[in-house]
Design a protein around this ligand. Structure first.
Ligand SMILES: NC(=O)C1=CN([C@@H]2O[C@H](COP(=O)(O)OP(=O)(O)OC[C@H]3O[C@@H](n4cnc5c(N)ncnc54)[C@H](O)[C@@H]3O)[C@@H](O)[C@H]2O)[C@@H](O)CC1
Ligand SMILES: [K+]
Length: 558
């Protein structure tokens, strides 16, 4: 192979919030062509990073960058230039290091990791003597290190990185601010439709994990274990192509073979409203079908009659790959055929009855099914996904037909079905936490962009179950700019009070709780006592010992 002189031309990923730095040697030809790190489809780097944060694998460069920044991981390479044969690290000659000072100057980097032996060696030789910061070598995610399994890589990276990164900042934002954020993200180039795709993928991942957990309770050797990789880690979206059951993706070496007849495919019923919450469900249907699930999608209206955008656009995409038309609820089949028989393969002919042994489609769409039909679908479902109503819901009661859908889903829950809600359980006000009649009771809620006040009330758990925040985009810089703008506005208006607190981050919530009367500084100073704070004479931060409290009150009669 020819020796080429390569100069590093991809910008490092970092900002002031970065806490660990990952370094490779030099982008491979595939990465250079793509213009971003670890671009070779067989390289497991992005799957490993997504798995340690329990998020769907990022697909675009923007998603990859956002995921790293959101979790405070900086990424670059040891070398600025070198001579190299193809992607062979062993052939590297005349290596010139990158100047890491620009990252260390900007961020409080707590540890440096090399993503392979050669990167570690080069770092120790070319960078450590001047920088003085040691580096730990992690196993390579490259296909050349095929002997290392994905699970072992995830274990090694998780053990190294997670203790240093800690929790990401949790934001609880009013619904109006989330809408404002969506618009700002869209203005900066990520369309609302793309955000919805990310929302649907995050929803699908949690639903799939739920189904997998349920199945493994029944059968620890279930083939679904292997299918998990398909939903978490498939790198390319195949919107216009076929569903996962018919397209085996060459990039998911460790994914299941969707044509394996012995696999017990999970059954997922997805309830979609006609607003954008429903749009998350339409996207999730594609993702779940691609991962080998048998999906029954329930909607009040066919895709063409949905007016909310981007839900309409996403529904049309899903409809284009779904089976047509679903005359008989698939669940009807499950009363006579075992789920493993029916769910393992993808059909081409329309299905009518169980006795014809027609194979099920990946996605069956049911428009306004009757109560009996819905009960039948639910009876076959391992997981029910609630994408009926989200932040756009209002009122004290849920109107038909959604009220009946919610009641039936809650009944099925009491028979053992698991329920995953998109953004907020249908019937719960995302803003106030008030539950309408009826209100869906989820085991898991995947809330988009940030948590909302209604999900944080003391009794919200009864409806939300475990809340997962799907970030969808890196929002920290936007929130920071809002805070700065508000500080400037307050200062110019001579307003001495706290920021209007549309952004309820932990830090300013703590300030609010302390009743601070000064304009907030962007950095919360834990040692500064608020002037208005009650003072009972003892300052816990002072060196003065407290006056001991009497063990008993003096007897007033004595
Ligand atoms: N706008 C976007 O780009 C994104 C939106 N997302 C999703 O979009 C949702 C918000 O979407 P929308 O603003 O369209 O609102 P929703 O889809 O939450 O609700 C609107 C729908 O609910 C119906 N509705 C309202 N009150 C009702 C009641 N009492 N009984 C029965 N039906 C009622 C309305 O008729 C309308 O069809 C979020 O919760 C989130 O799931 C996410 O996908 C992220 C991206
Ligand atoms: K919902």
């Amino acid at each position: 192979m020819d020796v080429t002189t390569v100069t590093h031309e991809i910008q490092p990923v970092f900002d002031s919030r970065s806490r660990v730095l990952l370094l490779g040697t030099m982008p491979s030809p595939a990465s250079r062509e793509q213009g971003f790190y670890y671009g070779h489809p067989q390289n497991r780097f992005w799957r490993v990073i997504a798995a340690i944060f329990d998020e769907p694998a990022p697909r675009t460069i923007e998603e990859k960058r956002d995921m790293l920044l959101h979790h405070h991981v900086a990424l670059w390479d040891v070398l600025a230039s070198c001579e190299i044969e193809g992607a062979s690290d062993a052939s590297i000659r005349d290596a010139q290091p990158n100047d890491l000072a620009r990252i260390f100057d900007a961020a409080d980097i707590r540890a440096v990791f090399a993503t392979g032996t050669k990167a570690g060696e080069l770092y120790r030789k070319l960078i450590e003597p001047t920088l003085g910061v040691p580096c730990t070598t992690l196993p390579s995610t490259s296909p050349a290190n095929a002997k290392m399994k994905l699970a072992d890589l995830v274990g090694a990276y998780g053990k190294a990185l997670l203790p240093l990164l800690g929790e990401t900042e949790k934001h609880v934002l009013p619904v109006a601010d989330v809408v404002k954020l969506e618009k700002e993200i869209a203005k900066s180039g990520t369309s609302l439709s793309t955000l919805m795709e990310r929302a649907g993928r995050a929803l699908a991942k949690v639903a799939f994990d739920e189904a997998q957990a349920t199945a493994s309770q029944h059968d620890p050797n279930n083939a679904m274990q292997r299918q998990a990789d398909a939903i978490s880690h498939t790198p390319h979206d195949n919107q216009n192509g076929s569903t996962g059951r018919t397209s085996s993706n060459s990039h998911t070496a460790e994914a299941s073979d969707p044509s394996d007849e012995n696999q017990a495919a999970p059954h997922i019923a997805i309830l979609c409203g006609s607003g954008n919450n429903g749009g998350d469900g339409w996207v999730a249907a594609r993702e779940l079908a691609r991962a080998g699930c048998a999906v029954d999608l329930v909607t009040k209206r066919p895709a063409r009659e949905i007016s909310a955008e981007p839900a309409h656009e996403q529904a049309l995409l899903t409809e284009a790959i779904a089976s047509k038309p679903a005359n008989t609820p698939r669940a009807g089949l499950h009363q006579t055929a075992s789920s493993s028989q029916t769910a393992a393969s993808a059909p081409t002919a329309p299905q009518t009855t169980a006795t014809q042994h027609a194979k099920p489609r990946a996605i069956a769409i049911h428009v306004s099914p009757s109560g009996d039909e819905l009960a039948c679908l639910f009876a076959a479902a391992d997981v029910i996904v609630d994408a009926i109503l989200g932040t756009g819901f209002s009122g004290d009661s849920v109107l038909a037909p959604y009220d009946a859908w919610i009641r039936l889903a809650n009944e099925q829950r009491s028979r053992g079905a698991r329920i995953v809600a998109a953004d907020v359980p249908s019937g719960l006000s995302a803003q106030t936490g008030k539950a309408a009649e009826p209100c869906l009771k989820a085991h898991e809620t995947v809330t988009m962009i940030a948590s909302k006040p209604g999900l944080e009330t003391p009794y919200a758990f009864a409806f939300c179950g475990t809340v997962h925040v799907a970030p969808l985009a890196y929002i920290e810089p936007i929130l920071e700019s809002w805070k700065q703008r508000e500080t400037v506005d307050n200062a110019s208006a001579g307003n001495d009070s706290l920021i209007g607190s549309s952004v309820a981050t932990d830090a300013n919530a703590a300030l609010e709780a302390a009743g601070a009367g000064k304009p907030p500084s962007l950095k919360h100073d834990a040692f500064r006592r608020a002037e208005t704070e009650d003072d009972d004479g003892y300052d816990p931060y002072s060196d003065r010992p407290p006056t001991p409290e009497p063990l008993f009150q003096a007897d007033p009669w004595n």
